[in-house]
Design a protein around this ligand. Sequence first.
Ligand code: ZN
Length: 420
Amino acid sequence: MRRLMEQLYPICRSITGLGVRRTLAIIREQLPLVIHEVPSGTQVLDWVVPKEWNIHDAYVANARGERIIDFRKHNLHVMSYSRPIRAQLSLSDLRAHLFTLPEQPDLIPYKTSYYGEQWGFCLSERQLRSMGEGRYEVVIDASLVDGALTYGELLLPGAEADEILISTHICHPSLANDNLSGIAATMALAKRLNARAQRRHSIRFLFVPGTIGPITWLARNQDTIACIKHGLVIAGIGDPGALTYKSSRRGDAKIDRAAAHVLAHWHRPGKTLEFEPLGYDERQYCSPGFNLPVGRISRTPYASYPEYHTSADNLDFVSLEQVEDCLAAIEATIDILEQDAHYSNLSPYGEPQLGKRGLYSDISGHPDRRRQETNLLWTLNYCDGRHSIFEIAEKARRPFAELSAAARKLEAAGLLQKLR
Ligand code: ZN
């Protein structure tokens, strides 16, 4: 994941163009992604696929010809989707096109102008203050022409047609937590799930540009949508904050309950938030017409950490341990969806004697002996064919993985029979 983030960090991505294509090509070196190209002008739900934007070079030079704002030094210096321009401007005329963060005078902001034909440069407040009066040469060597919107898709088939959708955005330039942490974790997750010998659900991965990407996918895949039974948007998971799960609009979907359960038992406390129509691509999946059971996993919510959408969101800001920890929580959540099962107790009249079946001796030397014994008793009592292991775990307020292990042990001892 670290290597991928280092490879992707310098690339100037936007919602369309070569940056996205290069990013997907790098991911495809490790995953058999299908790359889709949707022509500019295509109607997608209430939107239209925009023109494709590509940038080659951009700078502001002073009278001595020195590039004082230079796209080659940092791709955040150019407002994303800026229209091309070549001009000589006074500082006061240029000023309207310069964006800074006066409160964070050393940082370059990240700005976009996707759907209006504007141009602009982003720079630190300190840099702006050092610019004297005089004329400046302004060059944005970019193209904004009919092309395509590019996204990547991977379907890992499972035993069932029911799907888990995993979606991450791929449209930000040199920003690490938002959004390279999500890309790296999604890729690693796909590799791990691909390596599993069997999967119950089919698992669909989308690497899409924000907003217009999921809108385009939803518009083109109306037949697939009914198969999506659970889903997760992964975004911003490498910062120091606590794990945060934002529920789907439904609020009581199985993914909502599974993620809340995992966070409640996680080794470090996590948070769950109710749905709101703000944030990342869950806004599209959870728009009322679709209302898909798709939640979002993040750490500190977007826009509420000082590094957000600035040059300080760099590779040093992202902790690989935090990304890995989140990935483990996502896997634990998916395990609930994949492994939940109903069993029937074959000895339901009185508690069966665990000792004579070796179930005590099995755990007697274990430091968690009492805990394991309790897991066995909860599992035995509620495996009546009606309660699934996950429902028992919720009821018992015990981790799903422990009760699932207890059920397998009881099944091996002939006390439970798996129903479905
Ligand atoms: Zn963002």
